[in-house]
Write a protein that binds this ligand. Structure first.
Ligand SMILES: Nc1ncnc2[nH]cnc12
Ligand SMILES: [Zn+2]
Length: 334
C-alpha cells in the first residue's frame, strides 16, 4: 500500500498522456504535428521551462469539450489514487483555453464531472485552483477572474504560472487583492526559474499562503529563515526540476538540505505526463536517489496535508494525518 499523501502542485493540463492526446485529437478532428505517441514522446526533451511550455500549450489543442476535460481529470485521479493520493488541489489554466475559443464554463463543468464524483470513484477529495498566466497581461487576469464569477462555488483559490522570468508577482497585485476580497485562497509559482526576490514579492504583495516550487529561496538565507519562521509551505516537484534543468540531476536536488533547514516542504508532480512520474513516483525517486529516511518521508506526507486547503474540513485533515501516522513502510511504492 502506498504512503497516503496530498498533491498540491498539479497542472491538470500537464497530466495529458500521449495516448489520451491522440485519442482526443481523433475524437475532435485535430491534427497533431507528430506521427504517433512514440514521436511525441521524443519531443519530451526540455532545456528549460519555456521549451516545455511550448509543447504543453501546443497539445492543449486536443482539449475541446466538457467530456475532454472530464476524461483528462478522470484519468489523472485514477493514476493518483493508485499512488496513494488522498487529496488533490488541482491547477488549471483557463486563459490558455479561452484563447482557443473554449469557454471557462466548458473547462470548469468538464473538470467538475470528474471532480464531483472523485471521492466516490477514486477515494480522493479535491479542490480546484484557477491559475493566471503570468506572461499574459494583468488586465487579462482580471477579466478571467471576472469570467469565473458563476463558478466561484467550485474554485477554492487562485495561482500564478507560465513563464516566470520577467513577469514578477507584483504585476498581479490587483487581481490577487480582488481574489482575496472574494474569499479565494492564494498561491503562486515563484523561485522556479525566477530569483528569490519573486518569492518575497509573492508573499508581501500577493499575500500567497503557499509558494509553488520556491526552490531558489536557498540563494537567500534571510528568506529561508523567514519561510521557516512563518511556516510557509513550498510545493516542490523534484522530477520536474530535473526535466526542466532547475537541478542537474536528482542526486543534486536540495530537498534533504531544505528539510534539514526546517522548511515546510511537500513533494508533488507538477506535469506528470511530461516529467516522468506522478506523486508516488516522485516520492519513490527521492527515497531511492536522495536516501530519505522513513521519518523524512512520513514528514513529507504529513506536510502535504498540513499545507492543504482543508480548513473547511478539519475532521478530514485529522483523518488523513492519522492515516499517515499509522502507515507502515514496506517495499511498495512510497
Ligand atoms: N512547472 C511549471 N512552471 C510554470 N508554469 C507551468 N505550467 C505548467 N507547469 C508549469
Ligand atoms: Zn507548476
Amino acid at each position: 500500500m502506498p504512503l497516503p499523501k496530498a498533491e498540491l502542485h498539479l497542472h491538470v493540463e500537464g497530466t495529458l498522456e500521449p495516448e489520451l492526446a491522440f485519442e482526443l485529437a481523433a475524437r475532435n478532428g485535430v491534427t497533431l504535428p507528430y506521427a504517433d505517441t512514440e514521436e511525441l514522446r521524443e519531443a519530451y526533451r526540455f532545456k528549460d521551462l519555456q521549451s516545455f511550455l511550448n509543447l504543453y500549450y501546443e497539445l492543449m489543442a486536443v482539449l475541446r469539450t466538457e467530456q475532454d476535460f472530464a476524461d483528462l481529470a478522470g484519468a489523472y485521479l485514477a493514476r493518483a489514487a493508485a499512488q496513494g493520493v488522498r487529496h488533490a488541489e488541482i491547477f488549471f489554466d483557463p486563459q490558455a483555453h479561452i484563447a482557443r475559443g473554449v469557454s471557462l464554463g466548458t473547462v470548469v463543468e468538464g473538470l467538475w464531472r470528474a471532480l464531483g464524483s472523485s471521492e466516490r470513484d477514486h477515494g480522493i477529495s479535491t479542490r480546484l485552483i484557477m491559475c493566471f498566466l503570468r506572461d499574459e497581461s494583468a488586465d487579462s487576469a482580471l477579466e478571467t477572474l471576472q469570467a469565473a464569477t458563476p463558478y466561484l462555488d467550485r474554485i477554492t483559490g487562485v495561482g500564478l504560472d507560465s513563464a516566470e522570468v520577467g513577469h514578477p508577482p507584483a504585476k498581479f497585485r490587483e487581481v490577487y487583492a480582488a481574489a482575496a476580497a472574494l474569499g479565494l485562497r492564494r498561491v503562486a509559482h515563484a523561485g522556479e526559474e525566477g530569483p528569490p526576490a519573486y518569492i518575497t514579492e509573492a508573499l508581501d504583495v500577493l499575500g500567497v499562503e503557499r509558494v509553488d516550487h520556491g526552490l531558489r529561496c536557498l540563494e537567500d538565507p534571510a528568506l529561508v529563515e523567514r519561510l521557516v519562521r512563518e511556516r510557509v509551505p513550498l510545493t516542490l516537484c523534484p522530477l520536474s526540476n530535473v526535466r526542466l534543468r532547475a537541478v542537474e540531476t536528482l542526486a543534486d536536488h536540495p530537498l534533504p538540505a531544505m528539510l534539514d533547514a526546517g522548511l515546510l516542504c511537500t513533494v508533488n508532480s507538477d506535469d506528470p505526463a511530461y516529467f516522468g512520474g506522478y506523486a508516488g513516483d516522485n516520492f519513490r525517486a527521492v527515497r531511492e536517489t536522495l536516501g530519505l529516511s522513513e521519518d523524512r518521508l512520513r514528514e513529507l506526507a504529513r506536510n502535504s496535508f498540513v499545507a492543504s486547503f482543508l480548513e473547511d474540513d478539519e475532521e478530514r485533515r485529522a483523518r488523513y494525518l492519522a492515516e499517515v501516522d499509522a502507515y507502515e513502510f514496506g517495499d511498495a511504492v512510497s
